[in-house]
Write a protein that binds this ligand. Structure first.
Ligand SMILES: CC(C)(COP(=O)(O)OP(=O)(O)OC[C@H]1O[C@@H](n2cnc3c(N)ncnc32)[C@H](O)[C@@H]1OP(=O)(O)O)[C@@H](O)C(=O)NCCC(=O)NCCS
Length: 149
């Protein structure tokens, strides 16, 4: 895992366009980098394969986005990236990571459950889904690392 930089944004956006129903724009990624959110990625043979953006707030953080390039999915990269992020958060003495996910996003929900996230709520009609609205599941992962004693 390495830090994302401004020069990665175009390649990240190209993946984002392929995998997200409402893709982040280059401006969104630039803003995240400017705000010093934790923006990370993994490469395979020098090509970006996965990325994520985490917004730290004191001793908590929100996972804003995570994605794996279509040709690299189902190989464990999503799990690897999420576990790396959780480990990093533990080293920062963070206590909880939150996220929101579309109720229809079965792969992502399965990934989050498999890495220790549990459902803590639901936001009705949070996302656009074609002409309709879709609920968001609110999930949280409690960190119980050594950093907390
Ligand atoms: C969600 C996503 C990041 C998973 O990445 P991935 O590298 O394909 O996932 P992994 O290979 O690491 O799989 C880890 C776990 O996720 C779950 N999972 C992944 N793909 C799945 C699928 N198609 N159906 C059901 N569960 C799935 C499984 O629990 C899997 O564990 P298992 O292999 O032991 O069954 C990837 O599908 C993706 O980029 N989706 C589009 C972007 C997105 O929806 N991001 C999340 C919301 S911002």
């Amino acid at each position: 895992m390495r830090d994302m930089t401004l020069s990665d944004v175009a390649a990240v956006c190209a993946i984002e366009q392929q995998v997200q129903p409402q893709p982040w724009t280059a401006g969104n990624f630039n803003d995240a980098l400017r705000c010093a959110y934790r923006c990370v990625l993994d490469e395979i043979d020098g090509v970006i394969a996965s990325y994520a953006v985490l917004m730290p707030v004191l001793d908590e953080a929100e996972l804003l986005t995570i994605a794996v390039a279509p040709t690299q999915q189902h190989k464990g990269l999503g799990r690897l990236m999420l576990l790396d992020i959780l480990h990093w958060a533990q080293t920062q003495a963070m206590r909880q990571i939150f996220l929101e996910v579309r109720v229809s996003n079965v792969p992502a929900i399965a990934l989050y459950r498999a890495t220790g996230f549990v459902e803590i709520g639901r936001r009705r009609g949070y996302y656009q889904h074609g002409d309709e609205r879709e609920d968001a599941l609110l999930m949280a992962c409690e960190l119980k690392g050594e950093a907390h004693g």
